[in-house]
Design a protein around this ligand. Structure first.
Ligand SMILES: Nc1ncnc2c1ncn2[C@@H]1O[C@H](COP(=O)(O)OP(=O)(O)OP(=O)(O)O)[C@@H](O)[C@H]1O
Ligand SMILES: [Mg+2]
Length: 320
């Protein structure tokens, strides 16, 4: 058997799934990371998420007020902000899991509050989500966790389902032998990989990742960052990433959206966002950890950073 996971949907959005040829045992003939290494990054296209004038209140707690954000096809936009600033709440509203108090959210050009239920279901199949706390079903095996979104679509022949699940496992770098394991038997890094495999099982165009590296040791974090980058290239994905992990933000973001004071203060490439004169941005980007992470930017982008970002990571700096 020789399978390719490319679909007509994928072809129309210019994905690189043609590289995902599998061999006779249904496994990838070349590790995915190597197969996509020389491929160009997905082109930046039309807006696929448009958040306009969004306000969200829980009782007297105003989480977002007049918040605006646009995300274009092919981007990796990282949403950063203090704990409780409303990052997860924003993602949940975009996914239609929470209702805005006011304002509009469009996904794929359609107002998500106005679409018919059937249309909304179809839109959900075009998105994948890795929840903040892993959210694997503890009573289901790895295989059944990954298969669950496919099964929700209706009856799928067992052989086809097996191929789909095993290929996704392989894509996230997990040997097939783990398919029968239960979530409790997995390491933190493996749980994230299984969560990622489930998030991409329907070959989404748009992937939401809430804290994909939280709780992982530095090596596992690096591996997950590498995996996200690989999947972005291979599947031509648009990625919305929520993270406190500065290294992941620097490594992955085409733009970073900074949530502060209930709105998006700036949504720009990391080196431009770091130049905004604001107390949260100074603390976040120009503190010791921020400066250390910014050192990983390529020289041409480092050259655009404010002078305070270039002070050695080991010394404190005065605010701008
Ligand atoms: N279902 C809810 N009911 C009431 N308040 C909520 C609910 N969900 C979130 N909140 C509140 O909204 C605010 C933003 O929460 P949210 O979880 O979005 O923050 P966050 O930026 O994702 O934080 P963290 O970085 O800790 O994950 C918090 O004050 C939280 O208490
Ligand atoms: Mg959160």
């Amino acid at each position: 058997m020789s399978t390719s996971v490319g679909t007509s949907k994928g072809a129309s959005r210019g994905t690189n799934t043609g590289v995902l040829a599998t061999n006779t045992t249904g496994t990838l003939s070349t590790p995915l990371r190597e197969a996509v290494a020389d491929l160009p990054l997905p082109a930046i296209g039309e807006p696929i998420i448009e958040v306009r004038n969004l306000t969200k209140r829980y009782g007297r707690n105003i989480v977002h007020q007049h918040l605006n954000l646009e995300i274009r096809r092919g981007e990796i936009v990282t949403i950063v902000g203090g704990s409780g600033s409303g990052k997860t709440t924003l993602v949940r509203q975009i996914l239609g899991l929470e209702r805005p108090t006011s304002g509009t959210i469009k996904m794929f050009g359609e107002d998500i509050s106005a679409v018919e239920p059937e249309r909304a279901r179809l839109m959900r199949t075009r998105t994948g989500m890795l929840f903040q706390h892993g959210a694997l079903f503890s009573s289901l095996s790895v295989f059944d966790n990954i298969a669950q979104p496919v099964r929700e679509l209706g009856k799928v022949p067992p052989d086809l389902l097996r191929d789909i699940v095993m290929l996704k496992l392989e894509m996230v770098g997990l040997p097939c032998k783990h398919a029968s394991k239960m979530p409790a038997a997995l390491s933190g890094g493996m749980v994230k990989r299984v969560g990622l495999a489930r998030a991409i099982v329907l070959e989404p165009e748009l992937l939401f990742l809430d804290e994909p590296t939280a709780g992982l040791d530095p090596r596992s974090s690096d591996e997950v960052v590498e995996l996200i980058s690989t999947l972005h290239r291979a599947l031509g994905l648009t990625v919305v990433l929520v993270t406190h992990d500065l290294d992941a933000m620097v490594a992955l973001s085409t733009r970073v959206a900074v949530l502060s004071e209930r709105r998006v203060l700036v949504a720009a490439p990391v080196e431009e966002a770091a130049c905004v004169d604001d107390p949260f941005i100074r603390e976040y980007f120009l503190g010791m950890r921020g400066r250390r992470a910014l050192q990983a930017l390529p020289p041409e982008r480092r050259a655009k950073l404010p002078a305070a970002a270039l002070a050695p990571a080991s010394v404190g700096v005065k605010p701008c």
